[in-house]
Design a protein around this ligand. Sequence first.
Ligand code: BGC
Length: 769
Amino acid sequence: MKNYIQADPWNIIEEGFDPSLNKISESLFSIGNGKMGQRANFEEAYSGETLQGSYVAGIYFPDKTRVGWWKNGYPPTFDKVINSTNWIGLDIYIDDERLDLAKCKIKQFKRVLNMQEGYLQRTFVVELSGSRTIDVNSIRFCSIADDEIAAIQYSITPLNFDAKLKVLSIVDGDIVNQDSNYDFKFWDAVKDHSSENGIFLQTKTLKTGFELCVGAKTELFSDGHLVIPTEKVVKKQEKWIAEEFILELNAGNTINIVKIACVQSSLNHSVDQLISSCEEKLAVASRVGFDKLREHQKLAWANKWEQSDIKIEGDIKAQQAIRFNIFQLFQTYTGTDSRLNIGPKGFTGEKYAGATYWDTEAYCIPFYLSTAPQEVGRNLLVYRYNHLQKAIENAEMLGFKNGAALYPMVTMDGTESHNEWEITFEEIHRNGAIAYAIHNYITYTQDWDYLAEYGLEVLIAIARFWKQRVNWSEDRKKYVILGVTGPNEYENNVNNNWYTNYLAVWCLNYTREALDYVNAHNRSRYEEILKSIDFIPVEIEQWKDIADNMYFPYHEELNIYLQQDGYLDKEQLLVKDLPASERPLNQKWSWDRILRSCFIKQADVLQGMYFFEDDFDLADLRRNFDFYEPRTVHESSLSPCIHSILAAKLNDEARAYEFYLRTARLDLDDYNNDTEDGLHITSMAGTWMSIVQGFAGMRVKNNQLYFQPFLPEQWKSFTFNIGFREKILSIQIDKETIEITNSSTESLSVTVGHSQYEIEGTSSLIIRL
Ligand code: BGC
C-alpha cells in the first residue's frame, strides 16, 4: 500500500518525483476521452522505468494464442487493444543536452490530474549540467468535447542562462506492445505527409487492417504571440515523423510549445481520405487554439459532473477517491458508439487487453444508467446484440446447436479471446449477466421497446444455451449443471455452482416473461423473431420444466446455499487465520493449493443474492454472508463492492464502510501492488454502487426510486446526482435527513424506507430518517 497521493477534493496530486513510483503514477494520471487514451507518460524523453501506452478504442490485434497444450475449442487468437501511435513526444534539447528526468537533478516536481476540468498538468524545475536550471509546465488533455482532438501546451523557461533550444515534436508509430505473444510489432507503415497544417502519419494494424492517422500541428508562442523559429525542418523515419524547431531563448523568457493532435481511424473514416480528413480537422482545431479547446473541455466535463458528481463532506480522501473513480469511468467510456465497450483497465495499461468482460454487465451498467444519458446504457446492450451471431458461433464451436449462444468471457469483436479451458468453457455464468443487464436496463429506464427491438433475440439464444448445458440427473431427479467455474475463479470444474444454477433458472423464466411481453405488445415483431430463429413452442415448455426442476446445492444444518456440490468437502478455514505473509494467495500459493482450498476470490453465492435480492429475506442473507465473507479473500477488485452493498443492507454500517474503502482507493493507494499495470476501471463502477446502492440504499422498486439510506460515521453528509427517466435528481444524505431535489418540471414519486413521497417539479423534499 502506498500513501504518496495528496488529498484534494478535485485533484490527484503527486509532489516530488520518485522514479520507483513512476509507473504507478503513469496509470493514476492517465487521460482519455472514450475514444482514445494514454498513460501519463512524459512528453520529453525519459530513460527511466516507464510503461509507454497510447490506445485507440476499438483498434485491436488478434495475437496468436499461446498455450502449453492445445484443446479443441480454444480460440485461435487473443485479441487485444494495442499500443498505438504516440503523439505526445516532444524531445527537448537545451544547448545540445537532451532533457531526460532520469538524468538531471530534479529540484521541484508536481503532477496534477484536474478532474473537474479534465486535464493533466506537470510542473518541474530541473538542473542540467553546469547548474543551468529550467522550469517546465505542461498541460495535456484528450478532448471529450471532440473526441478526435487532443492537445498539449508545454512551456519552458531557462531560469539562469540564455538557451539554444531544439524541440522535436514527434508522431511515433513505431510502437511495441509489452504484451505480445510472439514479440511481433503490430503496425505497418502506410504513408506520411507534412504541410503547413502539420505532420501526419498513417499506419495499419497487421491482420485486422485497421488504419490510423495521427496528425500533429506544433506552434511556438511567447507572451501570446507566435514565434518564428530560426530553423524548422520535417524529419522522417519508418513509421515516424517529426518537426524540428530551433530557437534562441533568453534567460527568464518562456516559450510555449503548443501541440494539437488529431487522431482518426478507419473505424469512422474512409481509408483513402484518412490523411486529408485528419488534416482538415486538425487545421480547424489549430485555429480554435489551445485555450479555447481547453475551455470546451472544461464545459464538457462540467456537463458530465452535473449528472454524476458525488460530494462527500467530512472526508477529503473519500471525496477524492469517488471523483477519481467517476472521472476514470467517463474517460474510458462515453457511450456514443455501440461498437465500443469498457476494458477492465480502460486506456491505462495493457492488462486484460482492453477487451470486454462480464464486468460491463454486472458492474458498469448501473453506473452508466444513473450518470449518463439513456443511450449510453442502451449502447452497452446493443454492443452485445451486435455480437449475437458470433456468440452463436462460439457455442457451435463447443458443440451447441439450434441458435444457442455462449457469449465470450473476453472479447473485442464478439469472438472468444480467452484461452484457459476452465474459464473459456466453464465460466459460463457470464451469459447470465448479459441477460440480467437487459432486465436491469428495462427496470431502470422502462424502455420496453428495447426488448422487442433487440433484447428478446439475445434472451432466447441464451435460454437455448442453458437448455442444452443442463442435464437430467437420474440420481437426484433434478436438472444439474456440471463442470463449471463460478465467479470464484479459485475453484474450477465444479458441479452445480449455486450462482450459475440460479442464474440459469432466472434466465429461462425471464425469457418466458419477455416472450409473453413482446407477444402481447408487439405481435408482428414477435412473429418475425420467432420465424427467423425457427422457434418451436415446445422450447418454452422445456425451459419451464428445467426452471421448475433445477437442483440447488443447499446445506440443511448450516441453512446456507452451497457454493457448489463439493464445497464443504474442503477443509474449512477462515481468512483471518491466514498469515499476512501468505496473502495475496494468488501470488504466494501454488495454483493447486488455491484450487483445493476453501478460500473464495470474490462474491459468488453472494453475487447471486445481490442480483436477486428480493428472492431472499434478511435472515437468509445474513446466514450466507456470515458464512461466506470470512472465507473470501477479495482478490478480485470486483469483490469488496458487492460485500459493501450487502453489509449495508444488513445494517452493518461499519463493515459496509470498510469494504467501500477497499474499493474506493484501491488504485490511489495501490492496495494490491498492481496499479502500475493500469487502473481497475470496471471495479470503479462498483465503488459508485457501494455509495449509491449501499449507503443510500437506492433501488428501483415497484417502478419508482427507492432509498434506504445511512450515513457512514466518518462523513458529515454525502450528495449524489443521478439521472432517472429524463429527470436529474440530487440526493443529499446526512445523519438525520435525506433531501431529494427534483430539478425537472414534472413531479416524481419516491419511496424512502417504508413511506412514499411525491416531489413536485423543481423542488426539494426533506425527509427525516
Ligand atoms: C475476475 C473476473 C473479472 C476479470 C476482469 C478477474 O480477476 O475474477 O471476474 O471478470 O478479473 O476484471
